[in-house]
Design a protein around this ligand. Structure first.
Ligand code: AMP
Length: 298
């Protein structure tokens, strides 16, 4: 289900101001004016170990600037200086760029990570999972889902009904790629999120990623918390209830984290799911509808 942030300034919500101009083709794809579109992706590593990664989509005049921006980010990463930084530019077929809306955003303030995890289980059960499968997903992220523990490079895929793991590479998982906020709306989206206290760059990046994930065929829910030891906020996202941030899902100092994509595997194609997430270019349009944060107690 597509959520549309426009005109949804319901009681108590904070619809962000929108002043950008969006031009869309009849098919719903984003129309170029004259320029060509590129996906720009950066990956940085040290001693063969992944350090950081980021990506953007932009038109040809912006591409050099995006490469420089992403390279600067790789060089300034808190995890240390990389010894290998790769930027990939890939020209996109304009007609293939899908236009999506941001999910609605809710924030739950919880006392500590234990409460946060109880809430996450509850939200996953609300999405149709049984308690065992929900608990399995949380435990997998807490233990480090990669073989031998530690974070994976991408996300696990888990059958929402049986809890069976469906990704084919347990170290890599599936890596969502080729997504961004539409360039002419970025400034307003960033400003709007800042206005409601969501200025951390991770919020927008996770919203973009999750906005794409929620449209993947067969997706039931997404669970995420970061492997950054200082970033404790995580989320559960579902097509029906959008993106629900949970203020604390992990202990400070923990390097464990990850993502789980829960799917309804009946009539489901792993190829279609993975191809959509990894290859289909997506631009998110409009403004996310952000609800005021609420306290949650068990
Ligand atoms: P982050 O929120 O960037 O700290 O990422 C948290 C976890 O999500 C990482 O440990 C990865 O397992 C996973 N992850 C990061 N980026 C992606 C991606 N593009 N697609 C799928 N999973 C990702």
């Amino acid at each position: 289900m597509l959520l549309d942030g426009f005109g949804k300034g319901g009681h108590g919500c904070q619809p962000l101001a929108f002043v950008g101009l969006t031009i869309r083709c009849a098919a719903g794809s984003f129309c170029p004016m004259n320029d060509e579109w590129y996906s720009v992706r950066m990956r940085a590593s040290r001693d063969g170990r992944h350090l950081s990664g980021a990506e953007r989509i932009g038109q040809s005049p912006e591409v050099a600037g995006l490469v420089s921006l992403l390279t600067a980010r790789a060089m300034a990463h808190a995890g240390g200086t990389p010894d290998d930084v790769r930027c990939t530019l890939e020209k996109l077929e304009v007609g293939a760029i899908a236009s999506l809306s941001f999910p609605e955003v809710r924030t739950w303030q919880v006392e500590d990570w234990r409460c946060g995890r109880l809430l996450a289980v509850q939200l996953l059960i609300g999405a149709g999972l049984c308690a065992e499968v929900a608990g399995f997903c949380l435990q997998a992220l807490a233990n480090g889902p990669a073989p031998g523990g530690g974070p994976m490079r991408g996300a696990m895929i888990v059958d929402a009904l049986s809890g069976e793991r469906l990704d084919s590479d347990a170290a890599r998982g599936v890596r969502v790629s080729h997504m961004d906020v539409s360039p002419e709306e970025r400034t307003d989206v960033v400003a709007g999120l800042r206005q409601v206290g969501l200025s951390h760059y991770r919020v927008l990046e996770a919203l973009i990623l999750s906005g794409k994930v929620l449209q993947a065929p067969g997706l039931v829910a997404e669970l995420c918390w970061s492997d950054d030891p200082d970033y404790l906020t995580g989320y559960v996202a579902t097509p029906a209830n959008g993106y629900q941030r949970i203020s604390c899902l992990k202990e400070r100092g923990s390097f464990c984290g990850g993502r789980v994509f829960l799917v309804d595997s009946r009539n489901w194609s792993r190829d279609a799911f993975v191809t959509f997430l990894e290859k289909t270019p997506v631009l998110l349009h409009g403004m996310p509808l952000v609800h005021p944060s609420e306290e949650w107690e068990p």
